[in-house]
Design a protein around this ligand. Structure first.
Ligand SMILES: [Fe+2]
Ligand SMILES: [Fe+2]
Length: 172
């Protein structure tokens, strides 16, 4: 195997294990029913953000807790409603959805302090309290990066991910 492809292959292995666990033990699959940005579902957005977070961490050789990084990123938008629907409880979604996501995630999973902080602080600086852990800062950046691409260049994001997946799975 080309050593260049090894990290990408292992990102997909680590990610799919975490996704399967969160789907089995919680309500992650519900996110497939809700749209996040453009035509991207909350589920797809969360997977892309988790992938991007891990990719950034490995690319820059950051010393982090990878398992927490992936779980926190996959659960960061675990608010489980369609924020486009007009409803009193969806008002100021940008400000309040991190606390809703955290409440839902705590109902379904045992979260550690890193994962909790990642979910609670991912909207910084819109919400004023900054993240506390490196993992939460990485998520904060990866979330904004993915949201921008999903909104402005939705096909580009998919093409980049698909190309990396094909390279990692079939060309290594
Ligand atoms: Fe969010
Ligand atoms: Fe997000």
């Amino acid at each position: 195997m080309n050593p260049e492809n090894r990290p990408i292959r292992s990102i997909f292995t680590v990610m799919s294990t975490a996704i399967r666990t969160l789907e089995k033990e919680g309500r992650l699959t519900m996110e497939k029913s809700y749209i996040q940005h453009g035509s991207t579902s909350v589920y797809e957005h969360s997977v892309k953000v988790a992938y991007t977070s891990l990719y950034f961490a490995r690319r820059f050789r950051l010393n982090i807790d990878e398992k927490s990084l992936i779980r926190g990123a996959l659960l960061h938008d675990y608010f489980l409603y369609d924020w486009h629907e007009k409803d009193k409880s969806h008002r100021l979604h940008g400000f309040y959805h991190p606390s809703t996501a955290l409440r839902n995630a705590k109902e379904d999973f045992d979260l550690n302090p890193i994962e909790e902080n990642m979910i609670a602080r991912h909207m910084f600086p819109l919400t004023p309290i900054p993240p506390r852990y490196k993992e939460a800062w990485i998520l904060c950046l990866a979330d904004k990066y993915c949201a921008t691409i999903e909104t402005l260049f939705p096909l580009l994001m998919w093409k980049v991910l698909r190309a990396r997946m094909i390279k990692a799975l079939f060309l290594s």
